[in-house]
Design a protein. Structure first.
Ligand SMILES: [Cu+2]
Length: 377
């Protein structure tokens, strides 16, 4: 532990982060001058609901259109430092996780609701952790208020004032910020408009299914022979990991924690006619989702539901440190590959998922006019 602590850069990084916060505070003051003063809310009068977290690629049970007024949505994350296998060759990482999954579970609320998170860091863990919610406002996204050592817990409440899909991640201090993020400690929140999604022209958009894809870049150290190294405990890879991270060249780019996690038995499922919402989060690195054989009918490429979605996209951009959402109604059955369309990352580094779609084939949309055979003319 002493070794881990001494490698952080507390003073410098805190100054940089606090300076950034001060700039943000000035911006916020300017913006609020143009807005109506916020109504005082009596928190104690709001109903409380517990949201049970589920592992990705699934979303917790939720309504698309809010029922009733604002609520306090209570969620619990238990931090787990755990060894995970991340590819078919048995490559390992000591993942730092919220609730044991990479990415962490998705939280779904409506604009105007409050998220009340209990963050538990069991004493069996070795490191300090916290959480920065990009959807929240103030205190480094909550990171300054949620620093928990092993054996501690903290409770953070924040108001969901911006509709959209947003990343959250651990952000302890200095070098530990990227280290924790590239060891899996990130996830996403969806803040739905109270009336549900819409096309920006007043027409509601409902999904039949929703899936949550967390893209993770890993930087696994190699030994002299070029084989990926294995370690006995979480954090033991720190200095070697930092050397690989400095190259900015990931050894793995995967969906839901491991290459192949969303293929085969883990593949996403849908039927022809289903309107499927795909939420794609990347806490650290730019990406470009593409559904091979399909499209993005409606795409919130920046993740903001305050903006109208763009339509009819082939590939969309999700910038590092954000989440994006895309909706597609499946027209044909079959196995679709959902990829990061840097195809080197998709095929060689692991960023491929599958969607298995049942239903009737439509010859009008596509047919094989003749099978491959000898050239006849
Ligand atoms: Cu952490």
């Amino acid at each position: 532990m002493a070794g881990l602590q001494s490698l952080s850069i507390p003073t410098l990084s805190r100054r940089v982060l606090l300076a950034a916060t001060a700039v943000a505070a000035v911006g916020a003051a300017k913006a609020s001058a143009q807005e109506a003063p916020a109504e005082k809310v009596d928190i104690s009068s709001l109903p409380r609901v517990k949201q049970a977290m589920v592992a990705p690629p699934f979303l917790p049970e939720h309504e698309q259109v809010a029922v009733g007024g604002p609520k306090i949505v209570e969620v619990t994350f238990t931090i787990e430092e755990k060894k995970m296998v991340i590819d078919e060759d048995g490559t390992e990482v000591w993942a730092l996780t919220f609730n044991g999954s990479v990415p962490g579970p998705m939280i779904v609320v409506h604009e105007g609701d409050y998220v009340e998170l209990t963050l538990k860091n069991p004493e069996t863990n070795l490191m300090e952790h916290n959480i920065d919610f990009h959807a929240s406002t103030g205190a480094l996204g909550g990171a300054a208020l949620t620093r928990v050592l092993p054996g501690e817990q903290a409770v953070l409440r924040w108001k969901a004032v911006r509709p959209g899909v947003f990343v959250y991640h651990c952000a302890p201090e200095g070098i530990m910020i990227p280290y924790h993020v590239v060891h899996g400690m990130n996830g996403a929140v969806m803040v739905l408009p109270r009336g549900g999604l819409n096309d920006g022209k007043g027409n509601p958009l409902k999904y039949d299914l929703a899936y949550y894809i967390g893209e993770q870049d890993y930087y696994i150290p190699r030994d002299e022979q070029g084989a990926f190294k294995k370690y006995e405990t979480a954090g033991e890879d720190l200095s070697e990991s930092l050397d690989v991270m400095r190259t900015l060249t990931p050894t793995h780019v995967v969906f839901n924690g491991a290459a192949g996690a969303l293929t085969g038995d883990g593949a996403m499922k849908a039927k022809v006619g289903d309107n499927v919402l795909f939420i794609h989060a990347q806490a650290n690195r730019d990406t470009r989702p593409h559904l091979i054989g399909g499209h993005g009918d409606y795409v919130w490429t920046t993740g903001s539901f305050a903006d109208a979605p763009v339509t009819g996209r082939e590939t969309w951009f999700v910038c590092g440190g954000s989440a994006g959402a895309a909706m597609y109604r499946f027209r044909q059955p079959g196995i679709y590959a959902y990829v990061n369309h840097n195809l080197i990352e998709a095929v060689m580094l692991g960023a491929t998922a599958h969607v298995v779609v049942d239903g009737e084939w439509d010859d009008d949309l596509m047919m094989q006019v003749s099978k491959p055979g000898p050239i006849s003319g």
